[in-house]
Design a protein around this ligand. Structure first.
Ligand code: XMP
Ligand code: MG
Length: 179
C-alpha cells in the first residue's frame, strides 16, 4: 500500500473477482449480440480494459470525454462533451462503462444524449456506486460495488490526476489532499 493511503477499500483480488462476475453477467445478457463498449474517459479506462477481456460477445470500443459545468464540488448536471464518439451508434447496443456513479448527473445527461442518436439499446455498467449521493434517479444495469460516501482513488480513479495506476482502490489520508 502507498504511504498516502489511509486504508484499502477494495483489494486487487476483490476487484478482479468482481470484474470476472460482471463480464459473465454481461456476456450472458447480450449472448451473441454485438456490443459497442463506450468508455467514459479518463476514470473508466482501467476497469474497461479488464472488463472487455471478460466479455465473450462480439465487441467494439469507443470513448467519450465529458466535463460537468458548475463549481468544482457540485456538478450542475449540464455536461460539456470534450470528446465525442468516433462513429454513429444508430442501431447499436451501447454499453456505457463508468468508474463510479456519484450524483448521477453526468450519466443522466449522457444517457439522454445517446438515446437521441437512435441506438438499439443503452445500458450502463459501473464498477462503483455511491447511492447515498444520488441527485437523480439513475441506476446502472450492471453494478460492481456499493461504497460509502468517501472519496476513493486507484484503479482508474484519481485525485488531481494521480493514483489512477494503483491496482486497488483506497481512501487517502487527509494530508494527501492538502498537497
Ligand atoms: P456524477 O455526475 O455521478 O459524477 O456526480 C461522477 C464522476 O465524479 C467523479 N467522482 C469521483 N472520482 N473518486 C474519484 O476519483 C471518487 O470518490 C469520486 N466520486 C465521484 C468521477 O469522475 C465520476 O465519473
Ligand atoms: Mg477525477
Amino acid at each position: 500500500m502507498i504511504a498516502e493511503a489511509e486504508r484499502i477499500l477494495l483489494s486487487e483480488e476483490e476487484i478482479q473477482a468482481k470484474v470476472k462476475e460482471l463480464g459473465a453477467e454481461i456476456s450472458s445478457y447480450y449472448g451473441d449480440k454485438p456490443i459497442l463498449a463506450l468508455g467514459i474517459l479518463k476514470g473508466a479506462i482501467v476497469f474497461m480494459s479488464d472488463l472487455i477481456r471478460q466479455i465473450t460477445c462480439p465487441l467494439e470500443i469507443d470513448f467519450m470525454a465529458v466535463s460537468s459545468y458548475g463549481s468544482s464540488t457540485e456538478s450542475s448536471g449540464v455536461v460539456r462533451i470534450l470528446k465525442d464518439l468516433d462513429c454513429s451508434i444508430e442501431g447499436k447496443n451501447v454499453l456505457i462503462i463508468e468508474d463510479i456513479i456519484d450524483s448521477g448527473l453526468t450519466l443522466n445527461y449522457l444517457v439522454e444524449n445517446l438515446k437521441s442518436r437512435g441506438p438499439a439499446s443503452v445500458k450502463i455498467v459501473t464498477l462503483l456506486n455511491k447511492p447515498s449521493r444520488r441527485k437523480v434517479n439513475i441506476q446502472a444495469d450492471f453494478n460492481g460495488f456499493t461504497i460509502p460516501d468517501e472519496f476513493v482513488v486507484g484503479y482508474g480513479l484519481d485525485f488531481a490526476e494521480r493514483y489512477r495506476n494503483l491496482p486497488y482502490i483506497c481512501v487517502l489520508k487527509p494530508e494527501a489532499y492538502q498537497k
